[in-house]
Design a protein around this ligand. Structure first.
Ligand SMILES: Cc1cc2nc3c(=O)[nH]c(=O)nc-3n(C[C@H](O)[C@H](O)[C@H](O)COP(=O)(O)OP(=O)(O)OC[C@H]3O[C@@H](n4cnc5c(N)ncnc54)[C@H](O)[C@@H]3O)c2cc1C
Length: 381
């Protein structure tokens, strides 16, 4: 079964992404993993090639391509090459869409050209040390004083937090009986006085991605850095998280497919008891079972991507595909690692890195338990 959502122009784009990754990323990736960060200049190279601003309209310095499929090709190729580019995916698929959707004309002109060119990278800061799943419990506050929002609080686990030049911060700007009202989005320049970065957090996987704590100590944010309407951030987040979850599902699906591919090849080469490991019935059944799950995941994902392209993917559908593809990914990679024996535990083997890199997919973008809460609501429960 072939996936059919892509057209000739997507495949041409795929070729250039593949060539870029092979030349500019794969050879340096182990160094970036060791450093815990992708060098900022790499984003400028990506910007020069037009890859970061694909969906940014031409008048703001982008490629003017509508829809999610180019970003999907990009994400598929990164998974295939076994690399991640720090906060690039967040920048392209989350931060830029917030500015495109919620920004005024003046804000778009102010930020998008630099963001499309990779001169300024964006991050999104929702999670705090005291609250992650329960976003309405955000404690970072901002109060309007003499033409500025005065922002105070702290965020954690922020993807791209070390490299970020612009951070979209979710802060409480007013109190209401309904806790979901009163949160706002503020765009903060990383060179503002009172803005600080904490540690680049040490993770079990995604080693080349910078994930940081951020602090705001009475940062004066100009009033015209408010994105969208005051108090409405929860609504914006709920809308934009649909695409984030679809993106996580996509990356997970591609990595499950890859795990299966490399394991089929490994078990044919490896011998035990004088026979290839592939000749044992257990190996065949394990890999056949993985194939069944991965095939079902691809069908579900394609259906969700088609719905998203025409603006019809609902929050519950995005949660469903996120749960299915991420849990399939984790199961498949675990079974594939088992078939590698002890080599599967060695980081020099790709399956070992895939195992640790993939564990996050059931947690970020909203945990799979939170996805189940959303799905259950859609069932009337
Ligand atoms: C590598 C990485 C990158 C990240 N990138 C970003 C980023 O760029 N920006 C950002 O803002 N955040 C980011 N996050 C944060 C991520 O979205 C949160 O970690 C996630 O939403 C969970 O929040 P938490 O860690 O506070 O867990 P908690 O909310 O404390 O959850 C703990 C456990 O309780 C469960 N739970 C919570 N509520 C319910 C419920 N109602 N019903 C059942 N179970 C429940 C959870 O599922 C989980 O198992 C990142 C996290 C990581 C690890």
């Amino acid at each position: 079964m072939q996936t059919s959502i892509y057209h000739a122009e997507h495949e041409a784009f795929r070729k250039s992404v593949r060539a870029f990754l092979a030349k500019e990323v794969v050879p340096h990736f182990p160094d970036w993993e060791a450093a815990g960060c992708v060098p900022h200049e790499v984003y400028q190279k990506l910007g020069d090639l037009g890859m970061l601003g694909l969906r940014v309209p031409v008048e703001y310095g982008g490629g003017g391509e509508d829809g999610f499929l180019y970003s999907s090709v990009w994400s598929e190729e990164c998974s295939r090459a076994g690399v991640s580019l720090g906060g690039a995916a967040t920048h392209m698929n989350l931060v830029i869409p917030y500015i495109l959707r919620q920004g005024t004309e003046e804000q778009k002109r102010r930020w998008l050209p630099d963001m499309a060119a990779g001169r300024r990278m964006g991050a999104i800061a929702m999670t705090e040390p005291g609250t992650g799943s329960d976003l309405a419990g955000i404690r970072t506050t901002a109060r309007l004083e003499g033409g500025h929002w005065v922002l105070s609080g702290g965020k954690t686990f922020i993807t791209g937090g070390i490299n970020a030049d612009l951070v979209v911060v979710v802060a409480r700007t007013s109190e209401h009986a309904d806790r979901r009202v009163g949160l706002s989005l503020l765009v903060v320049n990383a060179d503002s006085e009172g803005f600080g970065r904490g540690r680049n957090l040490e993770k079990i996987g995604l080693k080349a991605t910078d994930t940081a704590e951020l602090f705001f100590d009475d940062v004066a944010v100009p009033a015209d850095h408010l994105l969208g309407e005051e108090g409405q951030a929860f609504r914006y987040l709920a809308h934009n998280l649909v695409q984030e979850r679809l993106g996580i599902a996509l990356g997970s699906q591609v990595s499950a497919e890859k795990a299966l591919r490399i394991t089929v090849s490994y078990v044919k080469d490896r011998t035990a008891f004088g026979r290839p490991v592939s000749s044992f019935q257990n190996t065949k059944f394990e890999l056949a079972s993985c194939h069944v799950e991965v095939t079902a995941g691809r069908a579900l994902l394609d259906q969700a991507m088609r719905a998203h392209e025409i603006g019809e993917l609902t929050a519950a559908e995005a949660s469903t595909v996120k749960v299915y593809c991420t849990e399939t990914q984790n199961r498949v990679i675990d079974r594939c690692l088992q078939l590698h024996g002890g080599y599967g535990f060695m980081r020099e083997y790709e399956i070992a890195r895939m195992y640790t890199d993939s564990r996050i997919s059931r947690i970020y973008g909203g945990t799979n338990e939170v996805q189940r809460v959303i799905i259950a609501k859609s069932l009337g429960l």
